[in-house]
Write a protein that binds this ligand. Structure first.
Ligand code: ZN
Ligand code: ZN
Length: 165
């Protein structure tokens, strides 16, 4: 493999490692031991119990934060200013993010349901797959000597190319 390609591969792996660390922090924040009991916008088979457009765009109605996985919802309080009596779809009700909820924000009736965007095991599977890629490439990633070598050879090759131009 040319040094340039090895350098690109190393950079991608190093980025993936950082992403996994960030993702871990996110999972810890979003995890609830009761996740199986909560309504989920998407079931395990990947089919959608509500249209994808709704689950893809859930935002907190108070602070405007994008919801990644867990939120609270009231499907009653959205009817206050409308004559509509049909219950709205899950994910389309009055939504409050976890951060706002712990600060005491709620809907008018104060009866909010905890909701999950997708099955939690699906998020864990994704994390496992990323970790497998990292561990399969551990020698390349772990070796600082290798990364230094790759870095130096990429500098040298670009320097040579610069001089040739
Ligand atoms: Zn919020
Ligand atoms: Zn309510």
């Amino acid at each position: 493999m040319p040094p340039q390609d090895r350098h690109t591969e190393y950079t991608k792996l190093a980025d993936l490692k950082k992403l996994v660390q960030l993702y871990d922090a996110l999972l810890v924040e979003e995890y609830s031991p009761d996740h199986r009991k909560m309504y989920c916008l998407r079931n395990l088979e990947g089919s959608h119990s509500v249209p994808e457009t709704i689950s893809a765009q859930v935002v907190c109605d108070f602070c405007g934060a994008d919801i990644f996985q867990s939120f609270f919802e009231c499907r009653e309080c959205v009817h206050q200013h409308s004559t509509l009596e049909q219950p709205v779809a899950h994910g389309d009700g009055y939504v409050i993010c976890g951060g706002c909820y712990v600060e005491g924000r709620s809907c008018n009736c104060d009866k909010m349901d905890p909701i999950q965007c997708r099955p939690f095991p699906e998020l864990l599977n994704l994390r496992t797959r990323a970790a497998q890629v990292l561990s399969a490439n551990e020698p390349l990633l772990k070796s600082s000597v290798t990364s230094l070598y790759i870095w130096i050879s990429s500098i040298l090759s670009s320097d040579v190319q610069g001089r040739l131009l």
